[in-house]
Design a protein around this ligand. Structure first.
Ligand SMILES: O=P(O)(O)OC[C@H]1O[C@@H](O)[C@H](O)[C@@H](O)[C@@H]1O
Ligand SMILES: [Mg+2]
Length: 211
């Protein structure tokens, strides 16, 4: 691998298994609205921001919705999600996550976090790893979600490193697309058939190695 100067991690599904909690919360909402929801559908939602995910689900609903109803549904989903993550602790870190962060730090890399989740700061605090990042993007400041490159470019800018000297780590198709659109090297975490756009795919962070 070339001599990178920064690494930018996604959070949900990479560092901790919150992707599972997003899935459960969306599934309950979708089924209440008469929309069939399964793992395959959920794959399209990974990395997509809250309102974007809701729009994708409601596109399959037999009903129509006002903006106020959509906002109420998104808020209800988030309340359910917050209940699911309320008991998170450092034990919820995925295998290899802390070792990967520490290896990047030991190698002198700047470390950023690029999650479109507005719950990211809470989750990082629950996991006890906020201090391991040089910069965490505030999702509330991002105009265009993944697969747009904005969030990864913002992280690189704030870390003071050109995008070409950064690599990103992602579990979502939209997230890998965002990294590539930003002009960065992409490490996919998950299934290589799903994350075909990534430069390399590893099954989880336990397999993360800087060489
Ligand atoms: O609703 P939140 O916490 O702002 O999260 C937004 C999105 O954050 C992403 O990290 C998840 O992959 C998505 O599933 C989720 O919808
Ligand atoms: Mg993710």
């Amino acid at each position: 691998m070339k001599d990178f100067k920064a690494v930018i991690f996604d959070l949900d599904g990479v560092i901790t298994d919150t992707a599972r909690y997003h899935y459960l919360a969306w599934k309950r909402l979708a089924e209440a609205e008469g929309v069939h929801f399964d793992e395959a559908f959920n794959e399209h939602l990974k990395g997509i921001d809250r309102m974007g995910s809701l729009e994708l689900i409601l596109a399959s609903s037999p009903r129509s919705y006002t903006d106020a109803q959509k906002l109420a549904l998104a808020t209800a989903k988030n309340e359910h999600y917050k209940e699911l993550i309320a008991t998170m602790t450092p034990a919820d870190l995925l295998p290899g996550a802390v070792d990967a962060l520490d290896a990047c730090r030991a190698a002198g890399l700047k470390i950023g976090l690029a999650s479109v989740s507005r719950n990211a700061f809470t989750v990082l605090d629950s996991l006890g790893i906020t201090g391991k990042f040089d910069y965490v993007v505030d999702a509330g400041t991002i105009a265009r979600g993944k697969p747009d490159p904005e969030i990864f470019l913002k992280a690189a800018h704030e870390l003071g490193v050109p995008p070409a000297d950064c690599f990103g780590v992602e579990d979502a198709v939209a997230g890998v697309a965002s990294i590539k659109a930003a002009g960065m090297y992409a490490i996919g975490v998950g299934d290589p058939r799903v994350l075909a756009q990534a430069d390399v795919v590893i099954p989880d962070l336990a397999a993360f190695a800087l060489d």
